[in-house]
Structures are given as C-alpha cells and as structure tokens.
Design a protein around this ligand. Structure first.
Ligand code: 3HC
Length: 311
C-alpha cells in the first residue's frame, strides 16, 4: 500500500505534472531514472565510436563534415543526459565509473563493427531512426530535466536520420557494387536496430513500473512495430530487401508482421559478448585515463579562481 506522500506523487504523475529535481519523489523513481538516463547518456558517448572509424575514410569532404557534425552532436546529447542524471543526486564520476567497470549498460547496437561506408548510411537511417522513435515519447516523460533534454536531442536526431538515408539513396542510385554495399549494410544492421527497443514486453522487467510513472509512454513492442512499419516503405523506395522472409503486411492488424528476433544474440551482447563490446569499453577507459591530466588542470584552475574570488 502507498503512503500519503506516494499517493500524492502518483496523482501528480497521473495529472501529467512534471516532476522537478527539488520535488519529493519515491527512491525507486529516482533510482530507475538514474539507471535509464545514465545508460542513455552512455549510449550517446559509446555511440560515437563506430562512426569515428569512417571520418578519415569519408568519400567526399561534404560527407566528412556531416559525419563530424553528427558525432559532435552525440557528444552533446551525452552531456545533456549526464547533466539530467546529475539533477537526481549522482555525480558524473560515479556514472562514468559504472560504465568503465561494466556495471552500467549502453545500447547493444554500438557493439557491432562498421565494415563499409554504407554502414554510415545504415546507422543514420536505422539506428538514429530507431532512437528517434524511442526518444519522441520521452519528450513527454514525467521527469522535467529528462523530457527537456529529449526535446533538444530529437531536433538534432532528425538531421542524423536524414543524412543516413541520403547516403543510402546515393549508393542505391550508384553502381551495382555500391547498391550491393548498401544491401549488405542493411542485412547487418536491421535486426540489431530492432533490438534497440529492448526485450519483448513479456520479458521487460522495468516496463510495468516505468509506464505507471510515465517514464515509458509506449511499450518496447509498440515502438518496435512503429519502426518496422515506418522502414518497410523506405527500404522499398531504395530498392533494397529487408533481411526478414517473414515480413508481410497484415491488413487486419494494419501493421507488418515480422520474424522472430534472435533473443540469444540480444542477451549475449548484453552480457558483453558482442563483436565489439571489449574494444568499445577499452576505448572509453583509455579516453578517460588519457584525459585525467586535463580534468585535473581544469579543477586546479577552478580552485585557483575560487580562491582568488574569496581572497
Ligand atoms: N541495449 C542494452 N540494454 C538494453 C537494451 C539494449 N538495446 N534494451 C533493454 N536493455 C536493458 C535495460 O536497460 C534493462 O536492464 P537494466 O534494468 O539493467 O537497465 C533490461 O535490458 C530489461 O529491459 P527493460 O525493457 O525492462 O528496460 P527499460 O524499461 O529500461 O527499457 C529501453 C529499455 C527501451 C532502452 C529504455 O531504457 C529506454 O527507453 N532508454 C532510453 C533510450 C535509450 O537508451 N536509447 C538508446 C538508443 S541509442 C541512442 O540514443 C544514441 C542515438 O544517438 C543513436
């Protein structure tokens, strides 16, 4: 049974009132927000790595500058989200320590290798496309700082998705080899992109409570279905084939039926056994260690400034 305070809190959530950092909140609400927002931030930061591989290999200066802008945006998305998480009383160092020690998760999608330039297209189109479908509802979630961060992120994310689709379009209108490269990237990124939405609703341990607290406005399967329905016509326009023989329009449902996801792959990647998990974490830990002198200098400088002011 709920305390008076919890009943009042739930009444505000049900009324669509935003919860702000200074408001009273159940410890479990605080905890699940720190979990989700920090892992979302980790996803943004780790998400920069797969694309970094292709900045020096971009086919034109224009594509290179667009890719750099996208990667820089993702660093910013990480900062907004770490800041939102900090409003819940947790420090940046604690959050990053959880990532570096393997305690915290980040999106499974970033544990796959980027094997060709077409992967930059597939990532923008499918990974950022999925992220947008997941993030638009979060703009209306109950926690103020998280919803405001998401509004800014979604504006930049739509550019990411469009530039990815533009890369795929150029390749599909190019030589047969270029079109095959796009098809190969689609074949490798399609199923992992659907896994971004999380386990099936039946296996989602956090969904029920997150929905009650209006952190999760649509279920994992609902958003996954939205992604499939949105992407099929886009693949057809490109003249590409989605790697799912069970994909079929279901007029009764008004949605596409699609094949079963390989949940053993999903759980394997979450356990740290994906193609690039170790490399991604090693890269992040190295960046953290290499940046220590810089962080120390910033703190020393800030301390000196503060001492001067109070002197
Ligand atoms: N990768 C890694 N972990 C995943 C996952 C995935 N694709 N899907 C689910 N999980 C984890 C969950 O975090 C949870 O573990 P935890 O309790 O230790 O955190 C467990 O699997 C069970 O999943 P649930 O459905 O019960 O968990 P949630 O209710 O948290 O739902 C979620 C999972 C839909 C990812 C939700 O956390 C969410 O909406 N997060 C915010 C959005 C986000 O993180 N998106 C990442 C996309 S990448 C990105 O945004 C970068 C962009 O620039 C491309």
């Amino acid at each position: 049974n709920m305390s008076e305070q919890e009943r009042e809190f739930q009444a505000r959530i049900d009324a669509g009132v935003k919860i702000e950092p200074k408001d009273w909140m159940p410890e479990a609400y605080r905890k699940t927000l720190i979990r989700q927002i920090s892992q979302h931030a980790h996803s943004e930061i780790v998400g920069q790595l797969p694309e970094g591989n292709w900045v020096t290999r971009a086919p034109t200066l224009k594509r290179k500058s667009i890719l750099l802008a996208k990667i820089q945006d993702e660093a910013g998305h990480g900062l907004y989200l770490y800041s939102a998480a900090e409003t819940l009383g947790v420090s940046r160092d604690e959050l990053l320590d959880a990532l570096h020690s393997g305690k915290a998760k980040y999106s499974s999608i970033f544990n796959y290798p980027t094997l060709s330039w077409a992967d930059m297209g597939a990532i923008g189109w499918l990974v950022d496309g999925s992220a947008i479908i997941n993030q638009i509802p979060l703009c209306r979630c109950s926690y103020g700082p998280y919803s405001r961060a998401m509004i800014r992120v979604c504006k930049e994310e739509s550019f990411h998705a469009r530039q990815g689709y533009d890369i795929m379009l150029a390749l599909c209108r190019g030589t047969p080899e270029q079109k095959q490269m796009a098809q190969d990237a689609l074949n490798r990124w399609w199923w992992p992109s659907l896994m971004m939405f999380g386990p099936s609703d039946a296996d989602s341990v956090n969904s029920a409570q997150s929905s009650k607290w209006r952190i999760k406005l649509f279920s994992n399967d609902e958003l996954r279905q939205r992604m499939v329905d949105q992407t099929v016509p886009q693949a057809e326009f490109l003249g590409l084939t989605l790697p799912d023989p069970d994909l079929k329009w279901n007029a009764e449902r008004g949605h596409y039926d699609f094949g079963e996801i390989d949940w053993s792959e999903f759980h394997n990647v979450l356990k740290g056994n994906g193609p690039c998990n170790k490399e991604r974490l090693r890269t992040r830990v190295k960046a953290w260690d290499d940046g220590e002198w810089f962080r120390d200098a910033m703190v020393a400088y800030a301390d000196k400034q503060a001492a001067r002011k109070s002197a």
